[in-house]
Ligand binder design. Sequence first.
Ligand code: FAD
Ligand code: SF4
Length: 527
Amino acid sequence: MAPFFCLNFFFQPTLTLPMGNTLRLILGDQLNAQHSWFSTVDNHITYVMIESREEGSYAPHHIQKVTGIFSAMRQFAQSLQSSGHHFYYHSILDGSEPNLRTILAELAQKKGIKHIELQEPDEWRLREDLEKLQDEGFEISWYSSEHFISSSDEFQRLFKGKKTFLMETFYRALRKRTGLLMDGKQPVGGKWNYDAQNRKKLPKDHLPPPPFLPSTDVSKEFADAMAAKLPTIGKLEDPMHFYWPTTPAQAWEIFDHWLQYGLHSFGDYQDALTTKSWSLYHSRISFALNTKMIQPLEVCQRVETFYRTNPEVPLNAVEGFIRQILGWREFMRCVYWHRMPEFASENFFEFDRKLPQWFWNGETKMKCLSHTIGQSLNHGYAHHIQRLMVTGNFALLAGIDPDEVDLWYLGIYIDAFEWVEITNTRGMSQYADGGWIATKPYVSTANYMKKMGDYCDQCHYNPKTKTDDDSCPFNALYWNFFDSQRDKLQSNFRLGMVYRTYDKMNITVKAGIREKAQSLLDNINAL
Ligand code: FAD
Ligand code: SF4
C-alpha cells in the first residue's frame, strides 16, 4: 500500500473520499488518540482533518509552531487510518479555500452528508464559526474533547456567589477530587503550596542539562513548504533540530527524560533567569499538552508515581509542577470560557502604544529583552518568568496596546492557543482585565532581574540608576507607571508599599523620573 503521507513535502496526503453518513472533524489541537471516538471502527463515519490557511495565518505564527502542528496532524491521521478508520485529509498544499468551515461544508455537500460531529473547540472564535454549520442546514453534534480534568460547570459551582476567583481555591478542590498528591484528606507533606521555595537564582557555576532532542523526522523541506504557504516568524534550527514532539511517543520520550533529569531542580530554579540555557529545568510539554497529544491527568499521575518511587525528589518541585497543570492550566481554561468574548477586548489602562519594532527581531541593547526575544525567535519558547517578568513586564510598563501584545504572544510561542495565551497575556501579564486574574500588576524594576539572574551583568544599561543616560529603562518606567496609573491602582491593598516608597521620593526625583520615562517612550524603538 502506498504511504498515506510522508513528512517530506514531496509526498502529498491521499485524499480518501468520505464514506458513510457522518463526518467527524478533528482540529489541529485535538490530537487525542485516546478519545472514545476512536475506540471502534465505524464504516459510517469518515474523519476529516483540514490544514486551513485561515487557521495558520490569523496571527503570524512561529515557523516551528506551524511545522509542528501540521506534522503532528499528519502523523495522527496516518495512525488512525492504519487502525482502519476512514479518513479525509485536506493538505494546505492544495491551496484552495482558506476557511476551515467552508472546506468541511463543501466536502459534506459533495458527498450528500448531512450529519457532522465535532469535539468542542477550545477557542471562542472557532466555536462561533463552526456553529454556523447549523444555519447552513447541517445537523451538528458536539462532543467533549475528553482532555481536561475540570469543567466549566465545576468552576461555576465552586465560585457560585463568590466575588473573588482564586486559582488556589480551584487547585485545592481539584487536588481533593482527583486525589493527586494527597494523603487521605491531607495534602502530602502537610502543606498545599510550596511556591515560596521555588524562587532561587541559578548558582554561578551551575549549568543545566541541554534540552532533550526527541527522535523526530520533521524535515527542512517540509518546514520550507509550510513557510511558503503561510506568513511565519522565527527560525528553524540550523542545522535542523526539531525540539518539539509530533507524536505522543515523542512527547512521552521528552517527558520521561525530564522526569529523570529535570524534575529534581524544577522547583528551585523555576523562576531563574539565565543566559546559559533556554529551557532550564522546564518540561517543554506545553505543545504536546495543548495539541492534546498527551493528557494532563496522566502527566500529573506520572509525576506523582515518580515522586512516590523516588522519594529523594524534592516535594517543592513535584507540587510546584502539578500546580502548574492541575491549578493554573485548568483554571485559565475555565476563566477563558467564563469571561469570553468580552475578555478579548478589555484594556483597563486604555493603552495604545505600538509594540517596538525590536520585539520582532530581538535587536535592543537591553540584554534581558534581547536574550528572551532572541531565544523565542530561535526556539518558539521562553519559560514562564521570561514571558511574565521580561517581555510582559516591559510591555505593561511601556503602555503597549494589549491587542498588539496578544498578537505577539499568540504568534511567537510554540504552545500559544488563544484560551491559554490570552488569559496569561491580557489577564495575568498585562492586567488589562483590571485584576480579574492577577491580584496586582506583575511589574518590576531592574532589581528583580538582577536578583533572579545574570542578564544585568551583560547589559549596556546600568541596573542601579534611574535617570542617567545609561540607566536601566525598567527603573524610570516602573515608577512612572505607578505614578501615571495612581487613580486606578492606589486602592489595591497589595500596592500600599509601592505608593508609600514613591511618595517618600522628593519632588525633583519624581520630576526626573517622569522626564526620563517620557524620553524613553519617545525613543522606544532605539532602546
Ligand atoms: P513548565 O514550566 O514545565 O510547566 C509545566 C506545564 O504547566 C506547562 O507545560 C503548562 O501546560 C502548565 N502551565 C504552567 N504555567 C501555566 C500558566 N500560567 N497557565 C497555563 N498553564 C501553565 N502557556 C501556554 O501553554 N500557552 C501560551 O500561549 C502561554 N502564554 C503565556 C503568556 C504569558 C504572558 C505568560 C506569563 C505565560 C504564558 N503561558 C502559556 C504559561 C507558561 O509560560 C507556559 O505554559 C510554559 O512556559 C510552557 O513551558 P513548559 O511546558 O516548559 O512549562
Ligand atoms: Fe534588563 Fe535593565 Fe538588567 Fe539591562 S539592566 S538586563 S535592561 S533589567
